[in-house]
Design a protein around this ligand. Structure first.
Ligand SMILES: [Zn+2]
Length: 93
């Protein structure tokens, strides 16, 4: 019996394909009323995380959170701090 050619879409996804592409935050990080983006931080300057008040060093992948209607008020969060913040707010998925 000839081997059936498998269409590319039928093959199992590899983990790195399931993981977000750069620029799209993971589903758990999404909150109604905000836009959350993942950034590599490669070209970023140093930001201060509102969660832990520590610096996010340039080159550290992290999240940028923009409250809708408040473009000027975007915040850079450590990924882990944002996760804790969502738990604290009871908004974790
Ligand atoms: Zn932090």
């Amino acid at each position: 019996m000839p081997r059936k050619h498998r269409a590319a879409r039928d093959r199992p996804l590899r983990l790195d394909e399931v993981e977000r592409p750069l620029g799209v935050a993971p589903a758990w990080a999404q909150v109604t009323g905000t836009t959350v983006r993942a950034v590599s931080g490669e070209r970023a300057k140093t930001y201060r995380c509102p969660g832990c008040h520590q610096e996010i060093r340039a080159g550290t992948p992290h999240l940028v959170v923009v409250e809708h209607g408040d473009v000027e008020g975007r915040r850079h969060w450590h990924t882990g701090c944002w996760r804790r913040e969502l738990r604290r707010l009871g908004r974790a998925v």
